[in-house]
Design a protein around this ligand. Structure first.
Ligand code: HEM
Length: 522
């Protein structure tokens, strides 16, 4: 085995040594004119893998943004160009774009195909038609019921974790940091999306944890943290998958070399065991005649009572994606919005006024009917996702064989193209003072400026492959934030405390430890 590995290592070193020479003479697409993200980017996708792996050392999306500042088009891999401008977003992701999803989506599929990783356009549009009605805003009141039950349990925990108000010196370092906002946001969003998706209550907010017992292939059982195992799948792929062809080889090597990598792969398998069981349990309920009005139902029965054209393994994949996308993005956004508001007391004050007007002396979960149209709250969420888009990774597309004009560049066929939301959202030509959290920028009435900002605002992507869960996210976030901000005061560990992140496709805040106490006015 050691001999095999040494040969592999020697071969790899030889190939890497040859690459600069190949690069020097071989430039069929004329990409050498573009700046590269780092010295390896023009010759190997390992350049990007390296950037993602360095995340802990230096926040990856920030590095991408810094590189983009120098030029609006950047070569991130040998056959991959990353753009930043609104026109590029429209050309690549817009409704009329001829681009298709890139091979990375094939590499990430674990067998079954779900909405995100279907690359064939006609198959995607069929699946989207199958699912779309279940995600429509007319279901908001139904979603609200599940949310209200989860919120009631969350508030019980929060009330237990309250401390006394800050003293006059406003020394936030005193007292216990009893509320870990990222942890509780995760429990909330994952519990709610499983209710909306599968009509199943995991009871995580009641228990205060996401521990679940699963059965191993050998029949023994073990208890896992569901969310940690779900995240392990992203950890195991997000660094190496960019070199799609060699991903299986790299994965194999990484599993042998790194214990923690092997542990991520094992936890990801545990997550698949759990998600397969959840999909099967839901199918059994359908077969037993339960009519459940959730996101799973259209995969069992069509609008006219017909059997939908979908395999069992794709149903499981869809459940996996709906929990992953529906839990992660909203949890990140909730945590980041809270963080931005605590850091910006003027914005928090203005939001409180809006909430006090809308909710009066209500105590408990904010009713959707009273908070659904709060303009300033919406602006705060939008502004937070501008600065910290939860899906911060570039979303890769492949140009059609005839090529495509992207922004100012004529891009040849079969080239990987993308837009970095993190960089696009900081374009100084569009956003004044781009690094500042300023919700007011979304409230301007000058239509042209608003249109210009909206054109480059892509946290949910654009066009036919844009997020289908946006309506769910809106209800989930609006109720959570209105309730918490109306009911509690918050303090960070200290006024200079800064949030830290890790980025594996999504931008996960590592933690947000808070002191919380009940507001006097509620
Ligand atoms: C703040 C919250 C969210 C953000 C920022 C977000 C972001 C995104 C983005 C950027 C995409 C495009 C992915 C790609 O092209 O590879 C996407 C697609 C998708 N999202 Fe979300 N999402 C959020 C919430 C949700 C929720 C609550 C669900 C509900 C289950 C959901 C389900 C999906 C699905 C199924 C797709 C694939 C759509 C398709 O290709 O037809 N997302 N989301």
């Amino acid at each position: 085995m050691i001999q095999d590995f040494s040969t592999l290592l020697a071969l790899s070193i030889f190939v890497v040594a040859l690459l600069p020479i190949v690069y020097h003479f071989y430039d069929p697409k004329g990409f050498r004119k573009y700046p590269t993200q780092n010295w390896l980017s023009g010759i190997s996708y390992l350049g990007y893998c390296w950037e993602v792996a360095r995340n802990h050392e230096h926040f990856h999306s920030h590095r991408l943004h810094e590189a983009h500042k120098r030029y609006p088009v950047m070569r991130v891999g040998p056959n991959w160009l990353s753009f930043t401008k609104a026109q590029a977003a429209k050309d690549i992701y817009g409704y009329t774009s001829s681009c298709s999803k890139a091979a990375i989506y094939d590499s990430l599929s674990g067998g079954g195909r779900h909405l995100v990783n279907i690359t064939e356009k006609s198959i995607h549009s069929g699946r989207r038609r199958m699912m779309a009605a279940a995600y429509a805003p007319r279901h908001s009141e139904k979603w609200e019921k599940g949310i209200a039950e989860s919120m009631a349990n969350l508030l019980l925990h929060m009330d237990e974790r309250c401390t006394g108000p800050l003293n006059d010196s406003h020394d936030a370092s005193l007292g216990e940091l009893g509320f870990e906002a990222m942890y509780w946001s995760n429990l909330y969003t994952y519990e709610v999306i499983i209710k909306i998706g599968l009509s199943q209550d995991m009871g995580w907010l009641k228990a205060g944890n996401d521990l679940v017992e699963i059965t191993n292939p050998d029949g023994t059982t073990k208890t896992i943290s569901a969310i940690q195992c779900l995240h392990a799948g992203s950890r195991a792929s997000a660094v190496l998958v960019w070199d799609t062809q060699r991903f299986p080889l790299y994965k194999h090597i990484a599993m042998r070399l790194s214990k923690s990598y092997a542990e991520h792969v094992k936890q990801a398998a545990d997550w698949r065991t759990l998600v397969t069981r959840m999909a099967r349990e839901r199918t059994v309920r359908f077969e037993a005649g339960e009519a459940l009005d959730d996101l799973f139902e259209p995969m069992m029965v069509g609008k006219g009572g017909e059997k939908p054209d979908i395999h069992d393994r794709d149903r499981i994949a869809e459940v996996d994606q709906m929990i992953n996308g529906g839990g992660d993005g909203p949890a990140i956004s909730l945590t980041c919005t809270l963080y931005h508001l605590i850091k910006n007391p003027a914005a928090l004050g203005r939001l409180r006024e809006e909430l006090d007007d809308a909710l009066g002396h209500s105590d408990g979960t904010a009713p959707w009917s009273k908070v659904r149209n709060l303009e300033y709250l919406k602006a705060c969420i939008d502004e937070s996702m501008r600065l910290l888009p939860p899906v911060a990774t570039d979303l890769l597309r492949k140009t059609a064989p005839e090529g495509l004009k992207v922004d100012t560049e004529m891009v040849p066929g079969n080239t990987i193209v993308s837009v970095s939301a993190y960089s696009a959202h900081r374009d100084p030509d569009v956003f004044d003072d781009p690094e500042t959290f300023r919700p007011e920028r979304w409230l301007i009435r000058g239509e042209d400026k608003l249109k210009e900002m909206r054109a480059v605002y892509i946290p949910f992507s654009l066009g036919t492959r844009a997020c289908i869960g946006r309506n769910i996210t809106t209800v989930l976030q609006t109720i959570f934030l209105s309730t918490l901000i109306k009911r509690y005061e918050f303090a960070l560990p200290n006024p200079d405390w800064e949030m830290e992140f890790e980025e594996y496709f999504n931008l996960w805040p590592i933690q947000l430890p808070l002191r919380i106490w009940r507001r006097a006015t509620t």
